[in-house]
Write a protein that binds this ligand. Structure first.
Ligand code: C2E
Ligand code: CA
Ligand code: CA
Ligand code: CA
Length: 278
């Protein structure tokens, strides 16, 4: 019972129940947010714990709603994915992240890859490789400084996914498997996908010190990654205990509150400056 109005804004009809009304409002709000440029990126550093240097950064979207303030992606990404608005949003994310990284490089800051999250829906768009190529051209960022994070939910069309990944690899961008271990075809992915990095999901890292199964899973993922010549990053590292377990098991690149939450571009720039000058 949703109709499209002239301006592509959906018209409310009285037959909607409360949940669909909420959703309807949220969808319209997201559409407005795209038009008004209400999204911002935060940046979380990835640290090489051998020397505490920043070796990468992940761009994470927030919605700066004029009334609600900063809204977490978990509140709007799923609806943006279902409605297809995710494509406009992520095109903005990729462009902004590449622009920002190029700007940092122009400032003389250390050159590091920036990671963006790409939804499956977007990844499977026929023109995704052209889109990424165009963003790199427009922003002047060298391809090795863009890292695309995909998840394992892409069982839909494996052949298509492989072809796209091969094209992206040829273009020179890096590919990470995000939330590794939480999907249902992890090993199949490793076997068939041309990728560079694995990110161990936070849910495994969280109880590493309490749950021997989690500890075993994490150390196994790390050693498997090494055998496959993949870089491995642990997500959600919050404590020194977690870090020491990871280090003892030869995972040295980590991302988590222990080092830094996601921060603004300005704050990340200060951290990168310190990278340069100790
Ligand atoms: P993700 O890609 O797994 O990103 C990591 C999330 O874990 C981030 O949440 C980050 O703030 C949080 N995090 C990092 N370190 C720690 C830690 O030590 N402890 C805890 N408890 N959490 C930590 P955030 O920023 O709320 O993002 C949530 C999810 O939203 C992301 O999970 C990602 O799946 C999605 N997301 C964010 N930006 C985009 C985007 O541009 N496109 C798509 N498709 N998804 C996005
Ligand atoms: Ca991610
Ligand atoms: Ca993740
Ligand atoms: Ca996650």
């Amino acid at each position: 019972v949703k109709e499209k109005g002239k301006s592509n804004v959906q018209i409310y009809t009285s037959s909607m129940n409360n949940t669909s009304l909420e959703r309807f409002n949220l969808e319209n709000d997201i559409r407005r947010a795209i038009e008004n440029g209400e999204f911002v990126l935060y940046y979380q550093p990835q640290i090489n714990t051998d020397n505490n240097e920043i070796v990468g950064v992940e761009a994470l979207i927030r919605w700066n709603d004029p009334i609600k303030g900063l809204v977490s992606p978990s509140h709007f990404i799923p609806i943006a994915e279902e409605s297809g608005m995710i494509i406009d949003i992520e095109n903005w994310v990729i462009k902004s992240a590449c622009e920002q990284n190029k700007a940092w490089q122009n400032e003389g800051l250390p050159k590091i890859p920036i990671s963006v999250n790409l939804s499956t829906r977007h990844f499977l768009q026929p023109n995704i490789v052209e889109m990424v190529t165009q963003v790199l051209e427009e922003t002047g960022l060298a391809p090795q400084f863009l890292n695309i994070e995909i998840t394992e939910s892409m069982s839909v069309d494996i052949d298509r996914a492989i072809t796209t990944l091969q094209k992206l690899k040829k273009l020179g961008v890096q590919i990470s498997i995000d939330d590794f271990g939480t999907g249902y075809s992890s090993l199949n992915y490793l076997k068939n996908f041309p990728i560079h990095k694995l990110k161990i999901d936070r849910s495994f890292v969280r109880d590493i010190k309490k749950n021997p199964n989690d500890a075993a899973i994490v150390s196994t993922i790390i050693s498997m990654a090494h055998h496959l010549n993949l870089e491995v990053i642990a997500e959600g590292v919050e404590s020194a205990e977690q870090l020491s377990y990871l280090n003892n098991n030869r995972c040295k690149i980590v991302q988590g509150y222990f080092f830094s939450p996601p921060v603004t571009a300005q704050q990340l720039q200060l951290k990168l400056l310190k990278n340069n000058f100790g």
